[in-house]
Design a protein around this ligand. Sequence first.
Ligand SMILES: [Zn+2]
Length: 129
Amino acid sequence: MLKRRHYHIVDMESCVLCTTQEEETIDHLIFNFPFSQACWAKNGISYNSNISRIGATIRAKEIYSGRLFFEIFTITAWNIWKERNNFIFNQISPTYNAWLQGTKADLSWLRYRVSTNLSDYITSLVNNL
Ligand SMILES: [Zn+2]
């Protein structure tokens, strides 16, 4: 965002979470960072970041075997982002367990917005994560 708005604060907006000095792009942080890849795998979403983001998302939906793909996709990415922000603003390193607890909590909230049938599905999903 800083780069897009032409704010030049540092030489390169490198990823704060890893030592590779890779630029912190959406693709790196949300999809390619090993931590993130583990999160996607846990939720059963296979994301091929070698193709365009929209193409990869469509492909991931096609091969996803469960229901509520976009809700789970969004909650997965949102909780990766929250782990990153927790590091930046609270100096708390991201952990897989913290991501998992946040993801389960957000999925649990989702139960109040859906039919009983889907609510039961979400309960099962959360219990099996
Ligand atoms: Zn990184």
